[in-house]
Design a binder for this molecule. Structure first.
Ligand code: NAD
Length: 397
């Protein structure tokens, strides 16, 4: 492979950065590994883990936590772009390379399949890898966030939509690129848009994965599985909880029950929906209103000393709940809650008070948008102290 050196700078287009820095992404993975190691207890956890959506955000944090807290072997599925001589890879691709290297150095099996997780092919390929390298899997983490899904049987392509249900909604939002706070009016979703969003972000594919793994007999006795969701409170309810994405997330509760029933009629096991707090990820930055809410939330929770990011949340979920010493903290629907610090009256009232006042002019003063921006760039490997961003860098690692 020829060396083709380039200076890699962030290139932001709307709510996405189209470049990523390989060394910066490796730093980001290392920071999360360091956090997990510092907080590791001595409890037992899963030894073989499958993470579907393993390369960024909550899925990557799940992979890092199980590997470096419990010493788990991990198999991941992701949808990322490889680097070329002229273009950087996507951040998730560099994250995954770095993770695999660090896991291998720690003596752990870590392999990743860059395939469409919604396809039958991905399920078949994963089962082959499990049989060859792991035997059986103790934990399956389902952490996909995708705008589209091709139904593997009908071939039909469904899209997910971010719109309110029932009536139009006008809400303050923040354009993170132009740094303008303004009102946005979202029309109500059509029935087709609601159904499409449920097809993409609901529980159907999680069920297909678990069915395939059960049929192939690659789940260990009492295996666990979890899918991730967000609930939120009144500020985000009209555009999340009670909107198209919220309807899709409700379908996860249905799927969790169906999967648990099937597991228990076989080798035992449980499926849980785990509720996580709002954080900056590539997916949340694409949701209207969320970046403004997150900027205010970070400000309030940092002031109160209760701020947590991705790795803190997942570490709490894995070591404190799913594989913790005590009983699970389930809500009335049977979900695991690690989002409760975000939802206290104190936090929500403070965010609401700031929400009413925030404008383009006072954005940096009232909110933690500067913290939001730092986190956003870090998702793509930019802004790490240990990296020389002026150095000529090979995009192919
Ligand atoms: P993310 O964009 O960082 O991660 C999405 C992952 O899915 C990536 O690894 C990506 O490669 C993978 N992926 C997407 N489409 C794929 C496909 N077709 N095949 C294989 N892999 C594919 O998103 P995230 O914010 O970490 O979201 C993960 C889950 O966590 C979602 O269910 C989301 O709703 C939930 N969640 C997010 C937040 C938040 O604030 N970000 C809060 C609570 C819950």
């Amino acid at each position: 492979m020829g060396m083709n050196l380039m200076i890699i700078k962030p290139k932001v287009r709307g709510f996405i950065c189209t470049t990523a820095h390989p060394q910066g992404c490796a730093e980001s993975v290392q920071e999360q590994i360091d956090y997990v190691k510092q907080h590791a207890g001595d409890q037992q956890g899963p030894k073989n883990v499958l993470v579907i959506g393993c390369s960024t955000g909550y899925g990557l944090a799940s992979r890092i936590t199980t590997a470096f807290s419990f010493g788990a072997n991990t198999l991941g599925v992701m949808f990322e772009k490889e680097p070329t001589e002229r273009k950087t890879a996507t951040a998730g691709w560099y994250n995954t390379r770095a993770f695999e290297d660090k896991a291998a150095a720690a003596g752990l099996y870590a392999e990743s399949l860059n395939m469409d997780a919604f396809s039958h092919e991905a399920k078949t390929a994963v089962i082959e890898k499990i049989k060859a390298h792991m035997g059986k899997v103790d934990l399956v983490v389902y952490s996909l966030a995708s705008p589209r899904r091709k139904d593997p049987d009908s071939g039909e392509i469904y899209s997910s939509t971010l719109k309110p249900v029932g009536k139009e909604v006008t809400r303050k939002t923040l354009n993170t690129d132009s740094v303008q706070v303004h009102d946005i009016t979202l029309p109500p979703a059509t029935e087709e848009e609601i159904a499409g969003t449920i097809k993409v972000m609901g529980g159907a594919d999680w069920e297909l994965w678990m069915d395939a793994l059960m049929q192939a007999d690659v789940l260990s006795d009492q295996a666990k599985t979890t899918a991730y969701t967000y609930i939120g409170k009144s500020l985000t309810m009209p555009i999340y909880g009670e909107a198209t994405i919220g309807k899709a997330k409700e379908d996860l509760d249905r799927a969790a029950k169906a999967i648990t029933a099937k597991l228990q009629s076989g080798n035992g096991g449980d499926a849980y929906v785990s509720v996580l707090k709002a954080i900056v990820t590539q997916s949340s930055s694409a949701i209207p209103v969320m970046p403004l809410y997150i900027s205010l939330l970070y400000r309030v929770m940092k002031d109160l000393g209760t701020h947590e990011g991705c790795i803190e949340q997942v570490n709490k979920l894995m070591t404190g709940e799913l594989f913790g010493q005590g009983d699970l903290n389930l809500d009335e629907v049977g979900r695991i809650r690690v989002d409760l610090a975000e939802l206290t009256d104190e936090v929500q009232h403070r965010v609401e008070a700031l929400w009413d006042q925030v404008t383009t002019e006072n954005l940096y003063e009232l909110s933690d948008f500067s913290g939001y921006q730092k986190e956003f760039f870090k998702l793509f490997g930019f802004g790490f102290d240990g990296v020389d961003y002026d150095a000529e860098t090979d995009p192919i690692v």
